[in-house]
Design a protein around this ligand. Structure first.
Ligand code: PGA
Length: 251
């Protein structure tokens, strides 16, 4: 089964550091034997997309590049917006939409996100859609309903779903794998079995496999731990090793 590692660099790395990291990654990639069983997608910050995309293209790298956000229009009177069509032209293949940091700090709601999803798909970008509940919603046993409702307006147009419980992002406190599995099965029911589901939220070198090996999970979306060479390459190597292992125990 194909596995995914999505590296969300957020706003952690400067443009210069993103370029340096991309160069290190393509050098490392040449020493690995990756087939089509693993897909690495890196998501640098907006201003680094252009130069990182050139680095990957020149190296004929199989590593894909994602934007961390996108606008809902290709052109027009939308001050400050980012055109999905221009991202695609730049060599960006994927876009993360609905990350909880966008929902929280930029007030993005489901209606806006649904518009972004359609615009991104129309431009030929693949949509990595994030969904996840707050701690309060989980404590009130509303997590399932919240995730279902976040998916409702977009589920026909997503290429991958990342389940990211909001309270697990950047806290060092990931969800228990068995609970992630429960939610991933629910998500698979909503979006269809052909859409890969990944887990995100405090993924590390130590716990990545416990998530990637779950039955309804095809990989991980990694934030903090994806921003250093050692931890990102370790996570990818570990997940690649189990990518084709049958009978890997589901925790
Ligand atoms: P984290 O971030 O791995 O730092 O918790 C995850 C994410 O970007 O959603």
């Amino acid at each position: 089964m194909k596995r995914y590692v999505i590296a969300n660099w957020k706003l952690y790395l400067s443009v210069a550091k993103s370029e340096l990291f991309a160069r290190q990654l393509v050098r490392w990639e040449r020493t690995q034997k990756f087939g089509t069983d693993i897909e690495i997608i890196i998501a640098p910050s907006l201003l680094a997309l252009q130069s990182v995309s050139v680095i990957l293209r020149k190296a004929r790298s199989k590593i894909k590049i994602a934007a961390q956000d996108v606008g809902f229009a290709d052109e027009g009177a939308f001050t400050g917006a980012v055109s999905p069509r221009e991202l695609r032209r730049m060599g960006v293949s994927h876009v993360i939409i609905g990350h909880s940091e966008r929902r929280e700090h930029f007030n993005e709601d489901d209606a806006l996100l649904a518009k972004k999803v359609v615009a991104a798909r129309t431009a030929g970008l693949k949509v990595i859609y994030c969904a996840g509940e707050t701690k309060e919603e989980r404590n009130e046993s509303r997590a399932n309903d919240v995730v279902r409702s976040q998916l409702r307006g977009v589920k026909k147009n997503v290429d991958l779903v990342a389940y990211e419980p909001r309270w697990a992002i950047g806290t060092g406190l990931p969800i228990a794998p068995a609970e992630a599995e429960h939610m991933h099965a629910l998500i698979a029911k909503e979006v269809g079995a052909t859409v890969p589901v990944c887990y995100g939220g405090s993924v590390t070198e130590q716990n990545a496999i416990a998530f990637a090996a779950l039955e309804h999970t095809q990989g991980v979306l990694v934030g903090g731990a994806s921003t250093t060479y050692k931890s990102l390459t370790t996570i990818v190597s570990k997940i690649h090793k189990v990518a084709n292992t049958r009978g890997y125990a589901t925790p």
